[in-house]
Design a protein around this ligand. Structure first.
Ligand SMILES: Cc1cc2nc3c(=O)[nH]c(=O)nc-3n(C[C@H](O)[C@H](O)[C@H](O)COP(=O)(O)OP(=O)(O)OC[C@H]3O[C@@H](n4cnc5c(N)ncnc54)[C@H](O)[C@@H]3O)c2cc1C
Length: 437
Protein backbone atom coordinates (compact mmCIF):
# COMPACT_ATOMS: atom_id res chain seq x y z
CA UNK A 1 0.00 0.00 0.00
CA UNK A 2 1.36 3.43 -0.94
CA UNK A 3 1.97 5.95 1.79
CA UNK A 4 -0.05 9.02 0.94
CA UNK A 5 3.07 11.14 0.65
CA UNK A 6 4.22 8.86 -2.20
CA UNK A 7 1.18 9.68 -4.24
CA UNK A 8 2.41 13.18 -5.03
CA UNK A 9 -0.27 15.72 -5.68
CA UNK A 10 -2.69 13.36 -7.37
CA UNK A 11 -4.63 12.35 -4.28
CA UNK A 12 -8.33 13.12 -4.26
CA UNK A 13 -10.78 10.85 -2.54
CA UNK A 14 -14.40 10.22 -3.50
CA UNK A 15 -16.64 9.11 -0.65
CA UNK A 16 -19.97 7.70 -1.75
CA UNK A 17 -22.60 8.09 0.97
CA UNK A 18 -23.02 10.81 3.61
CA UNK A 19 -24.21 8.58 6.46
CA UNK A 20 -22.24 8.51 9.71
CA UNK A 21 -19.59 6.20 8.19
CA UNK A 22 -19.04 8.32 5.09
CA UNK A 23 -18.95 11.56 7.09
CA UNK A 24 -16.54 10.04 9.63
CA UNK A 25 -14.18 9.10 6.78
CA UNK A 26 -14.58 12.57 5.26
CA UNK A 27 -13.81 14.32 8.55
CA UNK A 28 -10.68 12.23 9.11
CA UNK A 29 -9.41 12.97 5.60
CA UNK A 30 -10.31 16.66 5.71
CA UNK A 31 -8.55 16.93 9.06
CA UNK A 32 -5.40 15.59 7.36
CA UNK A 33 -5.90 18.09 4.49
CA UNK A 34 -6.54 15.29 2.01
CA UNK A 35 -8.84 16.49 -0.81
CA UNK A 36 -12.20 14.79 -0.43
CA UNK A 37 -15.58 14.93 -2.15
CA UNK A 38 -18.66 13.30 -0.61
CA UNK A 39 -21.45 12.20 -2.98
CA UNK A 40 -24.85 11.68 -1.37
CA UNK A 41 -27.88 10.42 -3.28
CA UNK A 42 -30.44 11.93 -0.89
CA UNK A 43 -31.21 15.61 -0.33
CA UNK A 44 -30.13 15.25 3.28
CA UNK A 45 -27.12 14.08 5.27
CA UNK A 46 -27.07 11.31 7.85
CA UNK A 47 -28.40 8.20 6.07
CA UNK A 48 -30.19 5.94 8.53
CA UNK A 49 -29.58 8.42 11.39
CA UNK A 50 -30.96 11.64 9.97
CA UNK A 51 -33.38 14.43 10.70
CA UNK A 52 -36.73 14.48 8.91
CA UNK A 53 -39.50 17.07 8.93
CA UNK A 54 -42.80 15.95 10.45
CA UNK A 55 -45.72 18.34 10.96
CA UNK A 56 -43.35 21.23 10.31
CA UNK A 57 -40.85 20.20 12.98
CA UNK A 58 -37.45 18.58 12.65
CA UNK A 59 -37.46 15.08 14.13
CA UNK A 60 -35.37 11.97 13.75
CA UNK A 61 -36.13 9.19 11.30
CA UNK A 62 -35.85 6.96 14.37
CA UNK A 63 -35.11 7.47 18.04
CA UNK A 64 -31.42 6.74 18.63
CA UNK A 65 -29.47 6.19 21.83
CA UNK A 66 -25.72 6.17 22.29
CA UNK A 67 -23.66 4.80 25.18
CA UNK A 68 -20.53 6.08 26.87
CA UNK A 69 -18.46 3.35 25.20
CA UNK A 70 -19.00 4.97 21.76
CA UNK A 71 -15.50 6.46 21.96
CA UNK A 72 -14.93 7.16 18.27
CA UNK A 73 -18.35 8.76 17.78
CA UNK A 74 -17.79 11.03 20.78
CA UNK A 75 -14.23 11.85 19.63
CA UNK A 76 -15.36 12.84 16.14
CA UNK A 77 -18.31 14.84 17.46
CA UNK A 78 -15.83 16.87 19.50
CA UNK A 79 -13.49 17.19 16.51
CA UNK A 80 -16.22 18.88 14.45
CA UNK A 81 -17.33 21.14 17.28
CA UNK A 82 -20.46 19.21 18.33
CA UNK A 83 -20.26 19.12 22.12
CA UNK A 84 -21.56 15.76 23.44
CA UNK A 85 -22.15 17.26 26.90
CA UNK A 86 -24.61 19.76 25.41
CA UNK A 87 -26.16 17.61 22.73
CA UNK A 88 -26.60 14.37 24.68
CA UNK A 89 -28.32 13.75 27.99
CA UNK A 90 -25.91 11.58 29.99
CA UNK A 91 -27.65 9.22 32.39
CA UNK A 92 -26.15 6.41 34.46
CA UNK A 93 -27.31 2.98 33.25
CA UNK A 94 -30.95 2.75 34.32
CA UNK A 95 -33.71 0.40 33.19
CA UNK A 96 -37.24 1.09 34.37
CA UNK A 97 -40.32 -1.04 33.76
CA UNK A 98 -42.69 0.87 36.05
CA UNK A 99 -44.19 -1.33 38.74
CA UNK A 100 -42.30 -4.38 37.47
CA UNK A 101 -38.56 -3.81 37.38
CA UNK A 102 -36.07 -1.10 38.19
CA UNK A 103 -32.28 -1.16 37.95
CA UNK A 104 -30.07 1.90 38.43
CA UNK A 105 -26.30 1.93 38.44
CA UNK A 106 -24.86 4.05 41.27
CA UNK A 107 -21.76 6.20 40.69
CA UNK A 108 -19.23 3.51 41.65
CA UNK A 109 -16.29 2.17 39.62
CA UNK A 110 -17.08 -0.66 37.18
CA UNK A 111 -17.99 -3.45 37.68
CA UNK A 112 -19.01 -2.54 41.25
CA UNK A 113 -21.66 -0.21 39.84
CA UNK A 114 -23.29 -3.16 38.11
CA UNK A 115 -23.07 -5.45 41.12
CA UNK A 116 -24.52 -2.73 43.36
CA UNK A 117 -27.26 -2.08 40.79
CA UNK A 118 -28.19 -5.78 40.77
CA UNK A 119 -28.26 -5.91 44.58
CA UNK A 120 -30.54 -2.89 44.79
CA UNK A 121 -32.69 -3.73 41.73
CA UNK A 122 -36.44 -4.07 42.21
CA UNK A 123 -38.27 -6.94 40.52
CA UNK A 124 -35.57 -9.62 40.85
CA UNK A 125 -35.61 -12.58 43.22
CA UNK A 126 -32.49 -13.26 45.30
CA UNK A 127 -31.89 -16.36 43.19
CA UNK A 128 -31.93 -14.21 40.04
CA UNK A 129 -29.53 -11.67 41.55
CA UNK A 130 -27.06 -14.42 42.48
CA UNK A 131 -27.42 -16.03 39.04
CA UNK A 132 -26.68 -12.65 37.40
CA UNK A 133 -23.55 -12.15 39.48
CA UNK A 134 -22.35 -15.66 38.67
CA UNK A 135 -22.96 -15.01 34.98
CA UNK A 136 -21.00 -11.74 35.04
CA UNK A 137 -18.15 -13.38 36.97
CA UNK A 138 -18.01 -16.28 34.49
CA UNK A 139 -17.99 -13.95 31.47
CA UNK A 140 -15.27 -11.77 33.04
CA UNK A 141 -13.14 -14.83 33.80
CA UNK A 142 -13.14 -15.68 30.08
CA UNK A 143 -12.52 -12.07 29.01
CA UNK A 144 -16.01 -12.07 27.45
CA UNK A 145 -15.01 -14.67 24.84
CA UNK A 146 -16.97 -17.85 24.17
CA UNK A 147 -15.41 -20.85 22.44
CA UNK A 148 -18.19 -21.05 19.85
CA UNK A 149 -20.75 -18.39 19.00
CA UNK A 150 -24.41 -19.18 19.72
CA UNK A 151 -27.72 -17.33 20.10
CA UNK A 152 -27.92 -15.02 23.13
CA UNK A 153 -30.89 -16.98 24.51
CA UNK A 154 -28.79 -20.17 24.49
CA UNK A 155 -25.98 -18.45 26.41
CA UNK A 156 -28.51 -17.09 28.90
CA UNK A 157 -30.03 -20.56 29.29
CA UNK A 158 -26.62 -22.13 29.91
CA UNK A 159 -26.05 -19.64 32.72
CA UNK A 160 -29.55 -19.88 34.23
CA UNK A 161 -30.49 -16.30 33.35
CA UNK A 162 -34.25 -16.70 33.39
CA UNK A 163 -37.41 -14.98 34.67
CA UNK A 164 -37.29 -11.22 35.15
CA UNK A 165 -33.53 -11.24 34.65
CA UNK A 166 -33.92 -12.40 31.06
CA UNK A 167 -37.19 -10.56 30.35
CA UNK A 168 -36.35 -7.16 31.80
CA UNK A 169 -32.58 -6.99 31.64
CA UNK A 170 -30.66 -9.16 29.17
CA UNK A 171 -33.27 -9.58 26.41
CA UNK A 172 -34.19 -5.87 26.20
CA UNK A 173 -30.49 -4.94 26.24
CA UNK A 174 -29.87 -7.48 23.47
CA UNK A 175 -32.69 -6.35 21.20
CA UNK A 176 -31.87 -2.67 21.75
CA UNK A 177 -28.16 -3.04 21.13
CA UNK A 178 -28.13 -5.70 18.40
CA UNK A 179 -31.58 -5.00 16.93
CA UNK A 180 -32.00 -8.76 16.83
CA UNK A 181 -34.13 -10.89 19.20
CA UNK A 182 -32.16 -12.89 21.78
CA UNK A 183 -33.31 -16.13 20.16
CA UNK A 184 -31.30 -15.37 17.02
CA UNK A 185 -28.71 -12.74 18.08
CA UNK A 186 -24.98 -13.40 18.29
CA UNK A 187 -23.89 -14.06 21.88
CA UNK A 188 -20.31 -13.09 21.05
CA UNK A 189 -21.27 -9.66 19.70
CA UNK A 190 -23.53 -9.16 22.75
CA UNK A 191 -20.57 -9.99 25.00
CA UNK A 192 -18.29 -7.61 23.09
CA UNK A 193 -20.65 -4.77 23.94
CA UNK A 194 -21.06 -6.07 27.47
CA UNK A 195 -17.25 -5.99 27.88
CA UNK A 196 -16.94 -2.40 26.65
CA UNK A 197 -20.08 -0.97 28.21
CA UNK A 198 -20.30 -2.76 31.53
CA UNK A 199 -16.74 -3.70 32.35
CA UNK A 200 -14.78 -0.66 31.19
CA UNK A 201 -14.82 2.72 32.90
CA UNK A 202 -18.13 3.34 34.68
CA UNK A 203 -18.99 6.14 32.27
CA UNK A 204 -18.89 3.63 29.38
CA UNK A 205 -22.22 2.23 30.51
CA UNK A 206 -23.92 5.64 30.61
CA UNK A 207 -26.86 6.11 28.29
CA UNK A 208 -26.42 9.16 26.07
CA UNK A 209 -29.81 10.24 24.79
CA UNK A 210 -29.91 12.89 22.05
CA UNK A 211 -31.29 16.26 23.14
CA UNK A 212 -31.02 17.64 19.62
CA UNK A 213 -32.04 16.25 16.24
CA UNK A 214 -29.68 13.66 14.83
CA UNK A 215 -28.50 15.94 12.03
CA UNK A 216 -27.05 18.35 14.60
CA UNK A 217 -25.20 15.65 16.51
CA UNK A 218 -22.75 14.84 13.74
CA UNK A 219 -23.78 14.84 10.05
CA UNK A 220 -24.27 18.62 9.68
CA UNK A 221 -21.31 19.79 11.78
CA UNK A 222 -19.21 17.14 10.01
CA UNK A 223 -20.22 18.49 6.58
CA UNK A 224 -19.46 22.05 7.75
CA UNK A 225 -16.05 20.87 8.96
CA UNK A 226 -15.28 19.09 5.69
CA UNK A 227 -16.22 22.15 3.63
CA UNK A 228 -14.24 24.47 5.91
CA UNK A 229 -11.19 22.25 5.37
CA UNK A 230 -11.20 22.25 1.60
CA UNK A 231 -13.54 19.33 0.91
CA UNK A 232 -17.00 19.31 -0.61
CA UNK A 233 -20.28 17.53 0.04
CA UNK A 234 -22.67 17.10 -2.88
CA UNK A 235 -26.23 16.28 -1.89
CA UNK A 236 -28.80 14.87 -4.33
CA UNK A 237 -25.91 13.40 -6.35
CA UNK A 238 -26.30 9.64 -6.64
CA UNK A 239 -23.37 7.64 -7.96
CA UNK A 240 -24.63 4.88 -10.24
CA UNK A 241 -21.39 3.44 -11.62
CA UNK A 242 -17.79 3.14 -10.48
CA UNK A 243 -15.09 2.15 -12.96
CA UNK A 244 -11.34 2.04 -12.68
CA UNK A 245 -9.12 3.33 -15.45
CA UNK A 246 -5.36 3.82 -15.61
CA UNK A 247 -5.62 7.34 -14.27
CA UNK A 248 -8.00 6.64 -11.41
CA UNK A 249 -11.59 5.89 -10.55
CA UNK A 250 -14.34 7.14 -12.83
CA UNK A 251 -17.75 7.91 -11.34
CA UNK A 252 -20.73 8.63 -13.54
CA UNK A 253 -21.63 11.51 -11.22
CA UNK A 254 -18.42 13.51 -11.75
CA UNK A 255 -16.19 14.59 -14.60
CA UNK A 256 -12.89 14.23 -12.77
CA UNK A 257 -10.91 11.10 -11.79
CA UNK A 258 -10.39 10.05 -8.17
CA UNK A 259 -7.29 8.37 -6.76
CA UNK A 260 -9.30 6.53 -4.06
CA UNK A 261 -12.92 5.60 -3.45
CA UNK A 262 -14.55 4.94 -0.08
CA UNK A 263 -17.88 3.25 -0.72
CA UNK A 264 -19.95 4.21 2.32
CA UNK A 265 -23.47 3.22 1.23
CA UNK A 266 -25.81 0.94 3.19
CA UNK A 267 -25.15 -2.79 2.79
CA UNK A 268 -28.15 -3.39 0.51
CA UNK A 269 -26.86 -0.61 -1.78
CA UNK A 270 -23.36 -2.04 -2.21
CA UNK A 271 -23.94 -4.74 -4.80
CA UNK A 272 -25.06 -2.58 -7.72
CA UNK A 273 -22.05 -0.29 -7.31
CA UNK A 274 -19.47 -3.08 -7.42
CA UNK A 275 -20.78 -5.01 -10.39
CA UNK A 276 -17.96 -3.87 -12.68
CA UNK A 277 -15.26 -5.44 -10.48
CA UNK A 278 -14.90 -9.18 -11.05
CA UNK A 279 -12.33 -9.32 -8.23
CA UNK A 280 -15.05 -8.37 -5.75
CA UNK A 281 -17.33 -11.36 -6.29
CA UNK A 282 -16.64 -12.75 -2.79
CA UNK A 283 -17.23 -9.37 -1.14
CA UNK A 284 -20.50 -8.93 -2.99
CA UNK A 285 -21.58 -12.42 -2.00
CA UNK A 286 -20.93 -11.84 1.71
CA UNK A 287 -22.82 -8.52 1.67
CA UNK A 288 -25.70 -10.06 -0.28
CA UNK A 289 -25.98 -12.80 2.36
CA UNK A 290 -26.85 -10.31 5.12
CA UNK A 291 -30.40 -10.42 6.47
CA UNK A 292 -32.08 -7.30 7.87
CA UNK A 293 -34.15 -6.24 10.84
CA UNK A 294 -36.60 -3.32 10.98
CA UNK A 295 -37.00 -0.57 13.57
CA UNK A 296 -40.33 1.21 13.93
CA UNK A 297 -40.61 4.59 15.64
CA UNK A 298 -44.06 5.98 16.35
CA UNK A 299 -44.26 9.64 17.29
CA UNK A 300 -47.37 10.65 19.20
CA UNK A 301 -47.96 14.32 19.92
CA UNK A 302 -50.09 14.85 23.01
CA UNK A 303 -51.06 18.13 24.66
CA UNK A 304 -48.01 19.74 26.30
CA UNK A 305 -48.93 18.73 29.84
CA UNK A 306 -48.52 15.01 29.03
CA UNK A 307 -45.18 13.59 30.14
CA UNK A 308 -43.53 10.37 31.27
CA UNK A 309 -41.83 9.98 34.67
CA UNK A 310 -38.40 9.67 33.02
CA UNK A 311 -36.84 10.29 29.59
CA UNK A 312 -36.78 6.57 28.73
CA UNK A 313 -39.25 3.97 30.02
CA UNK A 314 -39.40 0.24 29.26
CA UNK A 315 -42.70 -1.39 28.22
CA UNK A 316 -43.52 -5.04 27.80
CA UNK A 317 -46.48 -7.24 27.03
CA UNK A 318 -47.57 -5.22 23.98
CA UNK A 319 -45.89 -3.78 20.91
CA UNK A 320 -43.92 -1.00 22.57
CA UNK A 321 -40.43 -1.68 23.88
CA UNK A 322 -39.35 1.82 24.95
CA UNK A 323 -41.03 5.20 25.24
CA UNK A 324 -38.85 8.29 24.98
CA UNK A 325 -40.26 11.56 26.29
CA UNK A 326 -39.04 14.15 23.80
CA UNK A 327 -40.40 16.91 26.01
CA UNK A 328 -37.89 15.96 28.69
CA UNK A 329 -35.13 15.58 26.09
CA UNK A 330 -35.42 18.52 23.75
CA UNK A 331 -38.31 20.56 25.03
CA UNK A 332 -41.01 19.39 22.59
CA UNK A 333 -43.57 19.06 25.35
CA UNK A 334 -46.10 16.27 24.94
CA UNK A 335 -44.19 14.49 22.16
CA UNK A 336 -43.55 10.80 22.89
CA UNK A 337 -41.53 8.43 20.70
CA UNK A 338 -42.38 4.72 20.91
CA UNK A 339 -39.67 2.36 19.68
CA UNK A 340 -40.10 -1.20 18.44
CA UNK A 341 -36.82 -2.87 17.44
CA UNK A 342 -36.39 -6.03 15.34
CA UNK A 343 -39.02 -8.15 13.58
CA UNK A 344 -42.34 -9.05 15.15
CA UNK A 345 -46.11 -9.03 14.99
CA UNK A 346 -46.22 -5.21 14.71
CA UNK A 347 -45.15 -5.56 11.07
CA UNK A 348 -48.56 -7.05 10.24
CA UNK A 349 -50.49 -4.02 11.55
CA UNK A 350 -51.27 -0.99 9.41
CA UNK A 351 -49.70 2.29 10.56
CA UNK A 352 -53.03 3.55 11.91
CA UNK A 353 -53.66 0.28 13.77
CA UNK A 354 -50.17 0.41 15.22
CA UNK A 355 -50.45 4.04 16.35
CA UNK A 356 -53.86 3.22 17.91
CA UNK A 357 -52.48 0.17 19.73
CA UNK A 358 -49.49 2.15 21.02
CA UNK A 359 -51.81 4.89 22.28
CA UNK A 360 -53.83 2.26 24.17
CA UNK A 361 -50.65 0.83 25.74
CA UNK A 362 -49.70 4.31 26.85
CA UNK A 363 -53.20 5.04 28.14
CA UNK A 364 -53.01 1.93 30.35
CA UNK A 365 -49.91 3.44 31.91
CA UNK A 366 -51.07 7.09 31.99
CA UNK A 367 -54.77 6.95 33.05
CA UNK A 368 -56.83 9.74 31.51
CA UNK A 369 -54.42 10.19 28.61
CA UNK A 370 -56.18 12.27 25.92
CA UNK A 371 -56.12 11.24 22.26
CA UNK A 372 -52.93 12.30 20.45
CA UNK A 373 -53.12 15.49 18.36
CA UNK A 374 -51.25 13.65 15.63
CA UNK A 375 -49.20 10.51 15.27
CA UNK A 376 -46.71 9.30 12.71
CA UNK A 377 -45.14 5.85 12.26
CA UNK A 378 -41.71 5.70 10.61
CA UNK A 379 -40.89 2.14 9.57
CA UNK A 380 -37.24 1.61 8.66
CA UNK A 381 -37.54 -1.85 7.13
CA UNK A 382 -33.80 -2.37 6.73
CA UNK A 383 -32.71 -0.48 9.82
CA UNK A 384 -29.73 -2.76 10.47
CA UNK A 385 -28.40 -6.14 9.47
CA UNK A 386 -29.62 -9.01 11.59
CA UNK A 387 -26.74 -9.69 13.98
CA UNK A 388 -26.57 -13.51 13.93
CA UNK A 389 -23.91 -15.86 15.33
CA UNK A 390 -20.76 -16.34 13.20
CA UNK A 391 -21.58 -13.69 10.63
CA UNK A 392 -19.12 -13.07 7.83
CA UNK A 393 -18.67 -9.32 7.42
CA UNK A 394 -16.47 -7.87 4.68
CA UNK A 395 -13.24 -6.04 5.52
CA UNK A 396 -12.79 -2.33 4.76
CA UNK A 397 -9.96 -3.15 2.38
CA UNK A 398 -11.16 -4.80 -0.83
CA UNK A 399 -9.45 -6.81 -3.54
CA UNK A 400 -9.43 -3.67 -5.72
CA UNK A 401 -6.50 -1.44 -4.83
CA UNK A 402 -7.57 1.94 -3.37
CA UNK A 403 -11.26 1.02 -3.23
CA UNK A 404 -12.46 0.68 0.37
CA UNK A 405 -15.76 -0.09 2.06
CA UNK A 406 -17.13 1.80 5.05
CA UNK A 407 -20.35 1.23 6.94
CA UNK A 408 -21.88 -0.33 10.03
CA UNK A 409 -21.84 -3.76 8.33
CA UNK A 410 -18.06 -4.08 7.73
CA UNK A 411 -15.95 -6.42 9.88
CA UNK A 412 -16.05 -5.27 13.49
CA UNK A 413 -16.83 -6.73 16.86
CA UNK A 414 -19.82 -4.38 17.22
CA UNK A 415 -23.37 -4.75 15.91
CA UNK A 416 -24.80 -2.25 13.39
CA UNK A 417 -24.66 0.99 15.36
CA UNK A 418 -23.56 4.57 14.98
CA UNK A 419 -20.30 3.55 16.63
CA UNK A 420 -19.59 0.70 14.20
CA UNK A 421 -20.37 3.05 11.28
CA UNK A 422 -18.05 5.75 12.62
CA UNK A 423 -15.26 3.28 13.45
CA UNK A 424 -15.55 1.83 9.97
CA UNK A 425 -15.30 5.29 8.38
CA UNK A 426 -12.26 6.13 10.52
CA UNK A 427 -10.59 2.88 9.53
CA UNK A 428 -11.30 3.41 5.83
CA UNK A 429 -9.75 6.90 6.04
CA UNK A 430 -6.67 5.46 7.74
CA UNK A 431 -6.35 2.85 5.00
CA UNK A 432 -6.56 5.60 2.38
CA UNK A 433 -3.74 7.37 4.18
CA UNK A 434 -1.70 4.20 4.34
CA UNK A 435 -1.68 4.24 8.11
CA UNK A 436 -2.70 0.60 8.49
CA UNK A 437 -0.63 -0.82 5.68
C1 LIG B 1 -34.72 3.68 13.19
C2 LIG B 1 -33.29 3.38 13.54
C3 LIG B 1 -32.90 3.40 14.87
C4 LIG B 1 -31.58 3.14 15.20
N1 LIG B 1 -31.19 3.23 16.51
C5 LIG B 1 -29.89 3.18 16.81
C6 LIG B 1 -29.45 3.48 18.13
O1 LIG B 1 -30.25 3.75 19.02
N2 LIG B 1 -28.12 3.46 18.38
C7 LIG B 1 -27.20 3.18 17.42
O2 LIG B 1 -26.00 3.23 17.70
N3 LIG B 1 -27.60 2.86 16.15
C8 LIG B 1 -28.90 2.87 15.83
N4 LIG B 1 -29.31 2.62 14.56
C9 LIG B 1 -28.31 2.17 13.56
C10 LIG B 1 -27.55 3.35 12.94
O3 LIG B 1 -28.44 4.37 12.52
C11 LIG B 1 -26.79 2.84 11.71
O4 LIG B 1 -25.97 1.77 12.12
C12 LIG B 1 -25.93 3.91 11.07
O5 LIG B 1 -26.64 5.09 10.87
C13 LIG B 1 -25.41 3.37 9.72
O6 LIG B 1 -24.62 4.37 9.11
P1 LIG B 1 -23.85 4.08 7.75
O7 LIG B 1 -23.13 5.33 7.40
O8 LIG B 1 -23.08 2.82 7.87
O9 LIG B 1 -24.98 3.77 6.65
P2 LIG B 1 -26.18 4.67 6.10
O10 LIG B 1 -26.72 5.51 7.20
O11 LIG B 1 -27.12 3.74 5.43
O12 LIG B 1 -25.54 5.66 5.04
C14 LIG B 1 -25.40 5.34 3.68
C15 LIG B 1 -25.59 6.61 2.86
O13 LIG B 1 -25.28 6.33 1.50
C16 LIG B 1 -26.22 6.99 0.66
N5 LIG B 1 -26.23 6.32 -0.64
C17 LIG B 1 -26.73 5.10 -0.94
N6 LIG B 1 -26.55 4.82 -2.24
C18 LIG B 1 -25.90 5.87 -2.77
C19 LIG B 1 -25.41 6.17 -4.08
N7 LIG B 1 -25.56 5.30 -5.09
N8 LIG B 1 -24.79 7.36 -4.28
C20 LIG B 1 -24.63 8.26 -3.27
N9 LIG B 1 -25.08 8.01 -2.01
C21 LIG B 1 -25.70 6.84 -1.76
C22 LIG B 1 -27.53 6.85 1.45
O14 LIG B 1 -28.50 7.78 1.01
C23 LIG B 1 -27.03 7.11 2.87
O15 LIG B 1 -27.08 8.48 3.18
C24 LIG B 1 -30.63 2.81 14.19
C25 LIG B 1 -31.04 2.76 12.86
C26 LIG B 1 -32.34 3.05 12.54
C27 LIG B 1 -32.77 3.01 11.09
Amino acid sequence: MDRLEDLDHGVNVAIIGAGWAGMAAAVMLAQAKTPVTVFEAARHLGGRARSVEIEGIELDNGQHILIGAYRETLRLMRAVGADPEQLLLRQPLAIEYPGKFSLRAPRLPAPLHLLAALLAARGLTWGERIAAMRFITAMRANAYRIAADMPVSELLGQHRQSGALARHLWEPLCVSALNTPAASASAQVFLNLFRDALDGARANSDFLIPRADLGKLFPQPAADFVCANGGSVRLATPVRTIDKSEDGFVLDAAAQRYSHVVLAVGPHQVDALLDRFAALATTRKSVAALAYEPIYTCYLQYPPEVSMPQPMTGFDGGYVQWIFDRGRLNGRAGLLAAVISAHGAHQNASRDELAGAIHRELAAFLPGLPAPLWSRVIAEKRATFSCRPDMVRPANRTAVDRLYLAGDYTASDYPATLESAVRSGVLAARLVRGEHA
